[in-house]
Design a protein around this ligand. Structure first.
Ligand code: CTP
Ligand code: MG
Length: 268
């Protein structure tokens, strides 16, 4: 089977607060996009890679081209508040098939960015992995486990770790200025998992789920925080494989320090 990997890197990095798109922020001297794409290439040589970038970041598009990336022509998608839908580009797919990268503009939400990536994948891939550029240190073993489970017949596979904290659900205060939130309940910790990327799917199933979700609006659309959720909502079993502490999502300055310590202790 042929694997395509969508690396979503079109977020703005608000919580990191650097005034730069997050994928451009260096981790021990190298932008997250560079580390993420290199991680995919090491883990899955020969996989087609689609990097989804912020439309307006000239620096990230330049870095994408330095990685061997070929921009895929895009046209505005009227239904999607200014995101871009890819237009098929044969030359771009040939580049991707030989270890290159296809570059495509993302959308206003992560879900829209994944959809833009899906639209840019060439015809040959039948398995798709979706990976956060912000998890740029994800190790090859996790990619291998995800692809292995798909090749053993799973339709949807996600890497996850057990949760160490006790987790509670909350009833939000009706008026946050006068009342504290209240605990609603405490799910059994043994049933909880913290979920990471790369998440892997049979391409046709993921594409169908995204086509369905494209019609959703408001709260329903906002509630979608990962791709596996779309499969769950479609009644498709989602298989769990072991994740890794190295796959942490760099969200805050603290996470960036942890990631840099991990790079240093790996002797890079
Ligand atoms: N992402 C994306 N397109 C968006 C939003 C997010 O491609 N419209 C990507 C990010 O680039 C990141 C991954 O989805 O690799 C996970 O998102 P997150 O960690 O939330 O990154 P940001 O949205 O950039 O950060 P923040 O929420 O702090 O702004
Ligand atoms: Mg975000």
């Amino acid at each position: 089977s042929r694997v395509a990997v969508i690396v979503v890197a079109a977020g703005s990095g608000t919580r990191l607060g650097r005034d730069l798109p997050k994928a451009l922020v260096p981790v021990a001297g190298e932008p997250m996009l560079v580390r993420a794409v290199r991680g995919v290439r090491r883990a899955l040589p020969g996989a087609e890679i689609v990097a989804v970038l912020p439309a307006e970041s000239e620096d990230l598009w330049r870095i994408g081209r330095e990685l061997g990336g070929r921009p895929v022509a895009t046209e505005p998608d009227a239904d999607d508040g200014g995101s871009a839908a890819a237009v098929r580009d044969t030359a771009g797919h040939e580049a991707a098939g030989t270890g290159g990268v296809v570059l495509v503009a993302g959308g206003a939400t992560r879900t829209a960015s994944v959809r833009a990536g899906l639209d840019a994948i060439g015809p040959a891939a039948d398995l798709v992995l979706v990976h956060d550029a912000a998890r740029c240190l994800a190790p090859a073993a996790v990619f291998d486990a995800v692809v292995g489970a798909l090749e053993s017949g799973a339709t949807a596979v996600i890497p996850a770790l057990p949760v160490v904290d006790t987790v509670k659900t909350a009833v939000p205060a009706e008026d946050p200025r006068i009342a504290p939130e209240q605990v609603y309940d405490t799910p059994a910790r043994s049933t909880l998992r913290a979920v990471q990327t790369p998440q892997g799917f049979v391409r046709s199933a993921l594409a169908a789920a995204h086509r369905q979700a494209e019609t959703w609006a408001g709260h329903r659309a906002e509630a979608v925080t990962d791709d596996a959720m779309l499969m769950e909502l479609a009644g498709i079993p989602v298989h769990l494989v072991p994740g890794s502490l190295e796959s942490l999502k760099i969200t805050t300055e603290q996470d960036l320090r942890i990631a840099e310590a991990a790079v240093a202790s790996a002797g890079e």
